[in-house]
Ligand binder design. Structure first.
Ligand SMILES: Nc1ncnc2c1ncn2[C@@H]1O[C@H](COP(=O)(O)OP(=O)(O)O)[C@@H](O)[C@H]1O
Ligand SMILES: [Mg+2]
Length: 236
């Protein structure tokens, strides 16, 4: 099982005045689904993703991962769950610049007490980067760096992949490659993929579309066209 349920989820900043950026959203994500999150800049997409991935804690409401209320976990247990069960991909790749490509891939393995056992070489191959393990990240193009980040997010076999505008810095060709890699790698092993994106063509691949407007989820019937903005580098 690899489900996430969220109920009346809110996040606000400050007290008087309180600034509410996510306002009582509820939903259900089932194991193996590809969920796409869309909405205008500032609507609360990253806030929602970070709450679902345990990177942030809600102001109100509940996130349950396979029935476990994340609020009941200590910081230490939440970190352990995140390391073991989640993989993250960010717009800016976020590779560690002082580690080689291979050492970037070894990091989630060592954090989880897993041996390499050929996994690093295998994953470099799966993302089309055979033989690039000893390069520094900044020697790679943006598309290559994001493919390393995808391998890093998947190498420890997490149940959930959370990707926040993973194609936001890429040209169309690299964006398509990154999306199809994430989609096929997650589907092949039934990993749940939650992706925030501005790329409209990604919506067609989704099992579930979450449209956020000003901190609230918009019903599917009223979601377009305003919910799917015609912006973003990856839009043709
Ligand atoms: N630490 C913070 N303090 C105050 N406001 C924040 C903070 N983080 C995010 N916000 C605000 O929350 C809103 C939603 O942000 P975000 O979830 O990043 O939007 P999106 O990812 O959809 O562009 C934005 O208006 C942003 O300025
Ligand atoms: Mg964002």
């Amino acid at each position: 099982m690899a489900d996430i349920a969220f109920e009346s989820l809110s996040r606000w900043y400050g007290e008087t005045p309180r600034r509410t950026v996510l306002d009582g959203v509820s939903g259900q994500i089932h194991g193996g689904e590809f969920v796409v999150v869309v909405g205008r800049s500032g609507s609360g997409k990253s806030t929602l993703l970070n709450l679902l991935g345990g990177l942030d804690r809600p102001s109100a409401g509940v996130v349950r991962v396979d029935g476990t209320d994340l609020a009941r976990l200590s910081d230490r247990d939440l970190t352990a769950l995140r390391r073991r069960r989640m993989g993250f991909v960010f717009q800016a790749y976020n590779l560690i610049p002082t580690l080689s490509v291979a050492d970037n891939l070894r990091l989630p393995l060592s954090l989880n007490g897993m041996a390499d056992d050929g996994r690093v070489a295998d994953w470099l191959g799966r993302v089309g980067l055979d033989g690039r393990g000893e390069d520094w990240p900044d020697r790679l193009s943006g598309g290559e760096q994001q493919r390393v980040a995808i391998a890093r997010a998947l190498i420890h076999e997490p149940d959930f992949i959370l990707a926040d505008e993973p194609t936001g810095n890429l040209d169309l060709e690299n964006a398509e490659r990154v999306v199809s890699l994430l989609d096929s790698l997650c589907r092949a092993e039934q990993r749940t993929l939650i992706m925030v994106t501005h790329a409209r063509e990604v919506v067609g691949l989704a099992d579930q579309l979450l449209t956020i407007r000003e901190g609230r989820l918009v019903e599917a019937a009223e979601a377009r066209p305003a919910g799917v903005p015609d912006t973003g580098a990856a839009t043709p």
